[in-house]
Design a protein around this ligand. Structure first.
Ligand code: DC
Length: 241
């Protein structure tokens, strides 16, 4: 049986969202990019002028805002639409200022609790691909399949530069690399739900791979999981009796 719940974790820029969305599309599963939820709360905080290190105020904010992620409502290259209190913020949450402060907001324990609760509620609905940092370790520790998608920081900075250029933004690669290293550090060293591969995750290294090639690697892992979970050739019953 194809795994029902698929957790994809990994560092910033490893291609989780792109690959996750494609896996979900091919399987006809729901797709949830949990990073977008943390980004939406961060945008709300930024707009209200809340200090990203002000835990108590962020905690209150996370209780107040409504974040919804659903299928694309506009055909402009987006994989999904993100609503913040009903407003379309799909692109606003990708601005460099949000990149810069999102890891600070995401380390506040109650912000995480509020997001994790919503993520688990969504997973209850059935087949889905969920991507993030702590899906296999914290959000869905019983996920049927866990993939840890990763790439070197240099490779991730290169991809980010190309992605931005495609959207008409030019940023020096060295600067992007520094940002990636800083976010890796904040995401991996925080006290609550740090970025790490679950013990039972399958690591997929994507350095030098195209999106198509990385996708095929993930499907190879999925197929192996299928084979492992399939019924025994002549059923277990007979051998037990
Ligand atoms: O995947 P991303 O770059 O959009 O994630 C944005 C930030 O949100 C990232 O710096 C860490 C945080 N995040 C998290 O802490 N837990 C998740 N499950 C997903 C993202």
């Amino acid at each position: 049986m194809t795994p029902r719940t698929i957790a994809i974790d990994g560092p910033a820029g490893a291609g989780k969202s792109t690959i996750g969305a494609l896996v979900a599309e091919r399987l006809g599963y729901l797709f949830l990019d949990t990073g977008a939820m943390y980004r939406a709360v961060t945008l709300a905080a930024q707009r209200r002028g809340i200090d990203p290190d002000d835990g108590p105020t962020l905690t209150k904010l996370a209780r107040e805002v409504r974040v919804n992620i659903g299928p694309p409502t506009v055909r402009d290259g987006r994989a999904y639409t993100v609503l913040l209190d009903g407003e379309d913020v799909t692109w606003a949450i990708r601005e460099p200022e949000i990149d810069r402060i999102v890891s600070q907001v995401a380390r506040v324990p109650y912000v995480r609790d509020a997001m994790v609760e919503q993520q688990r509620a969504l997973a209850e609905r059935g087949r889905l691909v969920m991507v993030g940092r702590d899906i296999g370790t914290v959000v869905l520790p019983k996920a049927d399949l866990k993939v840890f998608l990763t790439a070197s920081a240099a490779e991730r900075a290169k991809r980010r530069e190309e992605e931005l250029r495609a959207r008409g933004q030019v940023r020096p690669r060295q600067e992007l690399l520094q940002e990636i290293l800083r976010r890796d550090r904040l995401d991996s060293e925080r006290a609550v739900a740090p970025l790490r591969a679950a013990d039972d995750a399958i690591i997929v290294q994507t350095d030098g791979l195209s999106v198509g090639q990385a996708l095929e690697r993930v499907f190879a892992v999925l197929t192996r999981a299928d084979a492992r979970e399939g019924p025994a050739p002549h059923g277990g019953q007979a051998s037990r009796s």
